[in-house]
Design a protein around this ligand. Structure first.
Ligand SMILES: [Zn+2]
Length: 313
């Protein structure tokens, strides 16, 4: 979610798809704002699509591409979380695929989907145009913590991580290929996206996010497909976690000295840009500081309760 109106077309480009493992294709976003990385994972009898792109027209392109890849195999769709560029094209798949997500994400879609639709329509003409005709459809199958999907000779594991980037984050693992789809829990080449919009949306948690990344890293994937940015090795999980830890530590240190949030944001932003001058999305740093300031008040007692919610990942 950029803050400046977007002037470019947030277009998914299936022609640029790359096979990163056997029968496992990623349509890369090539760093284009509001375009996610999209996965098409094949097995002997079924194919799973991960994320739809922004709005029905992008999703049509994804569906056409996936159907070509599938060559008659059954189609499934899942989405990493409810944010518009990841999930607001699901309607297009309705008669063609079984749509499957975790229950927390399904709840996000119901409770927050309409407000996000309004908010995103304010992000400029190309975005608004792509959101014309969006219909927020309910998933066909909902699971709570984890779900194993058999594609035929290939099991794909879907797992709710518990609240982090959003309340309903989900990761998708392809164990035989060592591939992990993280949604927006990981971005490469940019500062972590904190959708911290008080009072409307305060679900993002920097603290829980750090713990989720630790668990994902412990599972030892070989390849990580982030929500946005280049497909990377496992190392990116550490890079993002270390950024979040530094953001937290620098924010909390200043909070302990009772500095006002604006001062903290300005100082921490300068520090983080100095650390990662090549990263984009600098607006997200102060959003992260805001989130972590809110989490600071409870941090002494937080550790006991932090792991209580959805331990799976
Ligand atoms: Zn997101």
């Amino acid at each position: 979610m950029p803050f400046e109106p977007l002037t470019h077309e947030p277009a998914v480009e299936p022609g640029q798809a790359v096979e990163i493992a056997r029968d496992l294709v990623v349509i890369p976003n090539h760093g284009v704002d509001l375009v996610p990385n999209i996965g098409v994972i094949g097995g002997a009898h079924s194919v799973l699509v991960v994320d739809t792109g922004l709005g029905p027209r992008n999703a049509e392109k994804v569906l056409t591409f996936a159907a070509e890849q599938a060559r008659g195999r059954r189609l499934y769709l899942t989405t990493t979380h409810f944010h518009p560029e990841h999930a607001f094209g699901a309607q297009v798949f309705a008669d063609h695929a079984t749509y499957l997500v975790n229950s927390a994400q399904a709840a996000d879609l119901v409770h927050k989907g309409p407000a996000y639709l309004d908010m995103f329509r304010g992000l400029g003409t190309p975005v608004a145009r792509n959101l014309e005709g969006v219909d927020l459809v309910a998933p066909d199958v909902v699971y709570d913590e984890a779900h194993e999907l058999d594609l035929g000779g290939r099991i794909v594991r879907l797992a709710a991580t518990g609240r982090a980037h959003s309340k309903g984050d989900q990761v998708v693992t392809v164990p035989d290929a060592g591939v992990l789809f993280t949604g927006d829990l990981v971005e490469t080449g940019q500062f972590a996206i904190f959708p911290w919009f008080p009072p409307y949306d305060t679900d993002v948690s920097g603290q829980r996010w750090i713990e989720v990344l630790r668990r994902l890293d412990a599972a030892g994937p070989d390849l990580v497909v982030p929500g946005h940015g280049d497909v990377s090795g496992r190392r990116v999980l550490t890079d993002v976690r270390e950024y979040l830890e530094l953001l937290r530590d620098e924010t909390w240190q200043r909070r302990d000295s009772a500095l006002p949030e604006e001062t903290i944001a300005a100082e921490v932003e300068a520090l983080m840009i100095e650390r990662h001058p090549e990263w984009e999305g600098r607006d997200w740093i102060s959003k992260g500081v805001g989130c972590l300031c809110a989490e600071h008040s409870g941090h002494e007692t937080a550790s006991a309760g932090e792991t209580a919610e959805s331990p799976s990942a």
